[in-house]
Design a protein around this ligand. Structure first.
Ligand code: ADP
Ligand code: MG
Length: 238
């Protein structure tokens, strides 16, 4: 059974429909990358999965459980945003502790989880710093660390590299790939960058105007794009 299933997911804002029936199964430990042009509905879909916005129509199951209507904090999902979304007045430790405390963990558990996440992301020497005293890459590692501390079944990452310069981008990209290996957690990753998609993904989902155009491994999409849109987007020679 798939870990995550999306069935005929539709989303409208007022009378404007932005997702037109998304159907997809995602397996445990998969690294699935959503690509597509700006405005095609990638972030909207992640927000529905995270529970930050209600689904207009359709069903979303995680580990066999219907998630429609389940509060975000009870989904076992953590999301990392493009903008880091760190609390500026809190140091790195407190930023990482905040969500974990809301889960009802003991202070000892919170501390142990932060120590582990900090070690994995090389943040240990930075725990007392405020976000403004960090580089962009360090800030994004804190945002990832904050997600890690919650030990989610599923990570959602929405263009996590797009605020970083080129050198940092490849550094943090490798970090994310390594984490996926180490944790064995399922990751759903959104980008409009073909290189990120091709290097990170087990499977790529190509979206266009609120619909899925094609799903497949990087190689399948490159060698057998379903249509001109996919071919152009993936950059295959067809
Ligand atoms: P992407 O992440 O692929 O760039 P989005 O999911 O952010 O695209 O947006 C998809 C469409 O939904 C866009 O046309 C956007 O303007 C619209 N949209 C997103 N959020 C809202 C909102 N809260 N209210 C109204 N329209 C929205
Ligand atoms: Mg977006």
């Amino acid at each position: 059974m798939a870990q995550l299933s999306l069935r005929n997911i539709r989303k409208s804002f007022k009378s404007v429909q932005v997702l037109h029936g998304i159907d997809l199964d995602i397996n445990e430990r998969e690294f699935v990358v959503f690509v597509g042009p700006s405005g095609c509905g990638k972030s909207t879909l992640l927000r529905l999965i995270a529970g930050l916005d209600p689904i207009t129509e359709g069903e979303f199951h995680l580990n066999g459980r219907l998630m429609n209507g389940v509060a975000p904090s009870r989904r076992g999902i953590a999301m990392v945003f493009q903008s880091y979304a760190l609390y500026p007045h809190m140091d790195v430790y407190e930023n990482m502790a905040f969500g974990a405390r809301l889960m009802g963990l003991t202070p000892q558990e919170v501390e142990a989880r932060i120590a582990e996440a900090a070690r994995m992301l090389q943040l240990t020497p930075l725990l007392k710093r405020r976000p403004r005293e960090l580089s962009g890459g360090q800030r994004q590692r804190v945002a990832i660390g904050r997600a890690l501390v919650r030990k989610p079944d599923l990570f959602l990452l929405d263009e996590p590299l797009s605020n970083l310069d080129a050198a940092l981008r490849s550094e943090v990209r490798l970090e994310i790939a390594r984490l996926h290996q180490q944790l064995g957690a399922t990751m759903i990753y959104v980008t409009h960058d073909q290189v990120e998609a091709m290097t990170l993904a087990d499977r790529i989902v190509v979206m266009n105007q609120g619909r899925i155009e094609q799903v497949g491994s990087p190689r399948e999409l490159y060698e057998r794009p379903a249509n001109t849109f996919v071919a152009t987007f993936i950059g295959s020679p067809r």
